[in-house]
Design a protein around this ligand. Structure first.
Ligand code: FAD
Length: 372
């Protein structure tokens, strides 16, 4: 039996889950990552992991995952901009870990540490593929029988299977944060609580979330805004005090206790423009190239993407382990399941995104969380 040479581009959650599931099934792979080392870039932020737990179980990592997951991160507070509290959900200590929050860096470390030494080749930025070889920015190359694009939202592998590109969805996010909130702003720490604090207004939302390291990360989303909105928003990103003042100006009539979160943030103020791929995107199966995760199905950021990336990695690993000498069959089997599962998740995410963009977003979300 010939063992295929499997080249995975991208050491994100999806690429690493694939390498791990292949490894537990006795199949080797190599992950090429453009970052120079595992600590080169802050992974930042919490992830809500629910359906993705199936993939971690298949990867033999579910107990280790529960050890790093934060059940209390499931707490939620939902408010209107005038400060009215619409919903407060506190997670009991003995609640099942159905949707715990986990630090993205901890989850990535868990996957990285579960792979044999040398599986991930750092500092390998994929540029192209031809003649059964992948090429890297430093001029190097490596062979493959199967090339897997697990290289995220701006995938360089994607053009090998489809001409479709992500499109802006009228959402621009400013990311800010308050370091060590318990020590620096205990009043705001108590207001935000242990999980997610959400303020939904007409066309603007603010989501604050406590991270494992005591930092509260805050995303302020401006909906129905164009791709060039940051250029016209009047937010001076190179002048943090003025940027904080401008952000507060962009929240007219909001409760001063909420805008106090903006006033308390540090100087890391980051713009993020949101794009997605079309719901239900597919491509004609190729025997030697496929995609997974955001590269395959970039969707609105409402808590499905990382779960789908993990599930994709496990599904492709399972299919390759079942057909080690027939890669085209494995790829076709994986893509059939992935297209169906991820398009259902993308549809659900798009519906949720429309709710968030609606003028009565807070009421709609309340009805969503408390149906009937
Ligand atoms: C603020 C925010 C919050 C989120 N919260 C959640 C959540 O709570 N739950 C959830 O399910 N999802 C969430 N998501 C979505 C989730 O983060 C993504 O869907 C998920 O990380 C996708 O995983 P991936 O492995 O496909 O890609 P990524 O995690 O983006 O990994 C891609 C990897 O490929 C590497 N790479 C890129 N280009 C190249 C190249 N040319 N050569 C080599 N390597 C390359 C990158 O450096 C990176 O390491 C959130 C997203 C954001 C932005």
């Amino acid at each position: 039996m010939n063992t295929p040479t499997i080249a995975i581009v991208g050491a994100g959650l999806g690429g690493l889950a694939l390498a791990r599931v292949l490894h537990v099934n006795g199949v080797d792979s190599v992950v090429y990552e453009r970052e120079p080392s595992r600590d080169a870039r802050g992974q930042g932020g919490m992830l809500d992991i629910h359906s993705g737990q199936r993939a971690l179980r298949e990867a033999g990592l579910i107990d280790a995952f529960f050890a790093i997951a934060r059940g209390e991160g499931q707490d939620m507070r939902l408010l209107q901009p005038d400060g009215t509290l619409l919903l407060q959900e506190d997670t009991p200590d003995d609640a099942p870990l159905a949707r715990p929050e986990v630090d993205r860096a901890d989850l990535r470390d868990l996957l990285l540490d579960s792979l044999p030494e040398g599986t991930v080749r750092w500092g390998h930025a994929f540029t192209s593929a031809e003649g059964g070889r992948v090429r890297f920015a430093d001029g190097g190359s490596a062979p493959y029988d199967l090339l897997v694009g697990a290289d995220g939202a701006r995938s360089r592998v994607r053009p090998l299977v489809t001409d479709v590109r992500p499109r802006h969805i009228g959402q621009n996010v400013v990311e800010i944060g308050i370091p060590d909130i318990d020590a620096t702003h205990p009043d705001l720490a108590a207001m935000v609580g242990r999980g997610t604090y959400w303020v939904l207004g007409d066309g603007i939302s603010l989501g604050a979330q406590r991270n494992g390291d005591g930092r509260v990360r805050i995303g302020i989303s401006f909906y129905r805004t164009g791709e060039d909105w940051f250029a016209t928003s009047g937010i001076p990103f190179d002048d943090p005090p003025a940027a904080r003042a401008r952000l507060i100006e962009l929240l007219p009539g909001w409760d001063p206790r909420v805008t106090a979160l903006v006033a308390a943030c540090d100087d890391a103020i980051v713009p993020r423009s949101i794009s997605t791929l079309p719901v239900g995107l597919t491509w004609p199966s190729r025997p030697d190239v496929t995609l997974l995760g955001d590269a395959a199905h970039l969707m609105p950021p409402v808590g499905e993407g990382a779960n789908m990336a993990l599930l994709d990695g496990a599904a492709l690993g399972r299919a390759l382990a079942a057909h080690p000498d027939d890669v085209p069959t494995a790829v076709a089997e994986y893509e059939r399941e992935m297209f169906e599962r991820s398009s259902a998740a993308a549809r659900m995410s798009t519906d949720l995104q429309e709710m968030l963009m609606a003028p009565d977003a807070a009421q709609r979300m309340l009805a969503f969380f408390q149906p009937g």
